[in-house]
Ligand binder design. Sequence first.
Ligand code: NAD
Ligand code: GLY
Length: 359
Amino acid sequence: MDKLHVNLGAESYDICFNDSFDKLVYSLREIGAPNKLLIVTDTHVAPLYAGEVGSLLKEAGYDSAVYAFPAGEENKGMDAILGICGACLEHGLDRKSMIIALGGGVVGDMAGFAAAIYMRGIDFVQIPTTLLSQSDSSVGGKTGIDFMESKNILGAFHQPRLVYINVSTLKTLPPVEFISGMGEVIKHGIIRDAEFYGFIKDNSELIKSLDSRTLIEMSKKNCGIKARVVERDEKENGLRAILNFGHTIGHAAESALNFTTTHGECVGLGMVAVSRIAARRGLIGREILEDMENTLKMYGFRTRMALPAAEEIYSFMLKDKKKTDGRLKFVLPVRIGDVTQTRDVTEEEIFDAISYISE
Ligand code: NAD
Ligand code: GLY
């Protein structure tokens, strides 16, 4: 089985890559998982994978139960957190017990947040089942929920003890969710690794046809990029903010569209928008902007969208937690594989960028 180590001192962990759940029990034993486990999932993922995962754990002698909350970003709030904590109490989880997050980024962020606060913090394992969660949200320990129209505004850093990626789960993923995940994968290439960006372009047919070997290779390279950034700046005091490339405008568009479009597609749109700012500033050539747009389109992204008024999107940007002293932080590309962070982007540049991505 392919593995990648995330080196965070006492909080270090492995990411395992496989095309089945066959090695899950082995991986849990390797980390000395306790007997009592709660599988936290959502109502879409539960009928697909909770049975198989639950049976494997039970057959191996674990005392596991399943708790599923209603799927969807609109449920990423305190009610579901209280539901998870209630299930932890009902199943008798103590401070040594463990939560298993089985699902996409919403499940991972919420199960992780519940694990961070239940009895002042218990261990959890990530079993991400969407491309987005396999390529971004399950790695790095950011957990949290949305509150008062602000995304991920309440949360905690809480690293998982293990991330177990079974790329076969992507076979049941709706195509629109696959596109969403590719947004984060392409993002990692643009911000950090031109060679990986080339790999994504060269292997698009194998990736889109969900070839297991290629998906594992992509996933391992991709998680390696994120892990190396998180290792250098776990709590986002500097470098880690480059992972927010495309997110400032992307998150605002996602909120302004009332979450009717996927996170990753909005990130893709946000990447085009900030790259437009970079191109206007002469930081990158127009051909690089065009190349990024073509790569996104290759994977089914819309690089223009019918968006609410720019003022509305801007008003959501001003609620963003990436703002300090009233100034928004932007990550701008300087070439494929490298970016710069700045707080000097003007309102005029932002409005031009929104107009550029609007249909
Ligand atoms: P999601 O968890 O809502 O999953 C998308 C949809 O796919 C849901 O309906 C889900 O039930 C369904 N699903 C999940 N796995 C499936 C499978 N294998 N087959 C069929 N359906 C499946 O959304 P997501 O895109 O995975 O994650 C988005 C969330 O991740 C957002 O809330 C975002 O804020 C968060 N996020 C967090 C981080 C982080 O670092 N913690 C990073 C990026 C995004
Ligand atoms: N997805 C951004 C981060 O993990 O920092």
